[in-house]
Design a binder for this molecule. Structure first.
Ligand code: GDP
Length: 444
């Protein structure tokens, strides 16, 4: 049976051959593990020491840097030892073998180091999630967002709001208990005014959060247009990878094809969609339905027209143009000049085949993304779980304004505070933990 009191170990650096591999050990047996492998007394705290590591038979495994972090001043809050060995599979296997010989010492489960850090009060849940996002971050903007969350930006904001709510509920309760002793209605009035300010802050935060979710999950940009205008060629050219099927037969892209791009640090989820046209084929019709659904959802749209068909413009594509769109006249290697705008939307002349105008497309996207997502100066939340709890909190705060009895007012404040506490994990989160930590890899 797995126990929290077990000593755990794992490879914390990437799997496979590498210059260095970092093996972390956490738990009550960490000190003994260090002594056993090095055959020496513990090295000085938090200072790297070069040691020979040997197995139970006394055979040399490797020469390694070791580090000793006695709890609670460690990543997990427990005693932690680190072995920085040479990153060969046999070296790591031999250290694992030697470690597992110790009593109550086993390989860590996915996310178990972070879970122990949470349980020992080293990280709140939003910091844990920030850590997971930092490991997964693929672009600079994602890295910045994750780092800020890991450093406690969200926790700080929510704990501040929670303290305001708890203070309001305490004041109201005082009013209930002592109302006959002259604690006046001004207490209620003051609390209500504070709560209405908080409701406003929550609403703003909820609107801004969409941007955080978009950065974490990838910002949706969709390529739309009639069949055969060069949508698939364009996604390939923009991503410089062969991700979409390019053929001269109209109607071959029937589902949405996605590719992740790092566009000046912005994480973009670029989607190629089925060509828009009248069709009786049920599969193609479904593809077109999905394309239109994407068009509604996406933050930005690239609407592609065939420059060789000018002056004719596909009416279905034209209807998709709005202030989130850039019109692209493709195949300009075959035709002359195209207009600079269509129905108020800016337009660029490109050739997917000859890679003309693509850097202008990238730069339009990057500028617009910066405009849509903004500087992300204020802390923004990043997960559906946060959104749900914040909505629950807002509902309870709004219920306060309904002007019911002071008892109900205090009760709603507590509900709202509870919802915030669940985000940071300061209360009532046992049911959430498995879901949150399962996303981690082993060794984190
Ligand atoms: P989709 O149906 O809109 O995805 O279009 P495809 O990307 O499959 O392209 C349709 C046809 O147009 C293919 O034969 C491509 O090689 C051709 N094509 C795409 N882009 C260009 C371009 O910029 N110039 C020229 N000359 N042909 C292109």
């Amino acid at each position: 049976m797995l126990r929290d009191s077990d000593t755990i170990f794992a490879l914390s650096s990437g799997a496979g051959k590498a210059g260095i591999a970092v093996i972390r050990v956490s738990g009550p047996g960490a000190a003994k593990a260090l002594q056993l492998l090095t055959g020496k007394p513990l090295p000085p705290e938090r200072r790297a020491a070069l040691c020979a590591l040997s197995d139970a038979q006394g055979e040399l495994i490797d020469r390694a840097l070791v580090l000793w972090f006695p709890g609670p001043r460690s990543e997990t809050g427990e005693d932690v030892a680190e072995f920085h060995v040479h990153g060969g599979r046999a070296v790591v296997a031999a250290v694992f073998e030697a470690l597992s010989r110790q009593d109550r010492t086993r390989l860590a489960e996915a996310g178990e180091f972070a879970r122990r850090a949470f349980q020992n009060g080293k990280l709140d849940l939003t910091a844990v999630e920030g850590l997971a996002d930092l490991v997964d971050a693929e672009t600079a903007v994602q890295r910045r967002l994750a780092l800020r969350q890991m450093d406690g930006a969200l926790a700080h904001l929510y704990e501040g709001w929670r303290a305001r709510l708890l203070r309001a509920s305490a004041l109201i309760e005082a009013h209930i208990d002592f109302s006959e002793d002259g604690v006046g209605d001004s207490v209620i009035a003051e609390s209500l005014s504070q709560l209405s300010q908080l409701a406003q802050d929550l609403r703003t935060h909820l609107t801004e959060g969409r941007r955080g979710e978009a950065v974490r999950d990838g910002i949706e940009v969709v390529i739309l247009g009639a069949p055969n205008v060069g949508k698939s060629s364009l996604i390939n050219a923009l991503s410089r990878r062969d991700t979409a099927i390019v053929t001269p037969i109209p109607g071959t892209t029937r589902d949405v094809i996605e590719v992740r791009l790092d566009l000046d640090g912005w994480p973009v989820l670029l989607a190629d969609t089925a060509g828009l046209r009248e069709s009786d084929d049920p599969i193609e019709k479904e593809g077109i339905r999905r394309a239109q659904a994407r068009a509604v959802r996406a933050m930005l749209k690239l609407v592609v027209f065939d420059a060789t068909a000018l002056p004719a413009l596909d009416p279905a594509s034209r209807r998709l143009l709005d202030d989130r769109s850039l019109a692209l006249f493709n195949k300009t290697d075959l035709s002359g000049n195209a207009p600079l705008e269509v129905d108020g939307a800016p337009a660029l002349s490109v050739s997917a085949l000859c890679e003309i105008g693509l850097s202008e497309v990238r730069s339009w996207l990057s500028t617009r993304l910066a405009g849509c997502v903004g500087a992300l100066d204020a802390p923004v939340f990043t997960r559906e779980r946060h959104r749900q709890a914040l909505e629950g909190c807002l509902q309870a705060v709004e219920a306060c304004a309904a002007g019911e009895s002071p008892e109900l007012l205090a009760e709603n404040c507590r509900h709202a505070a509870f919802a915030l506490g669940r985000i940071t994990g300061s209360i009532g989160v046992e049911d959430l933990l498995d879901v949150i930590f399962k996303d981690f890899c082993i060794g984190k």
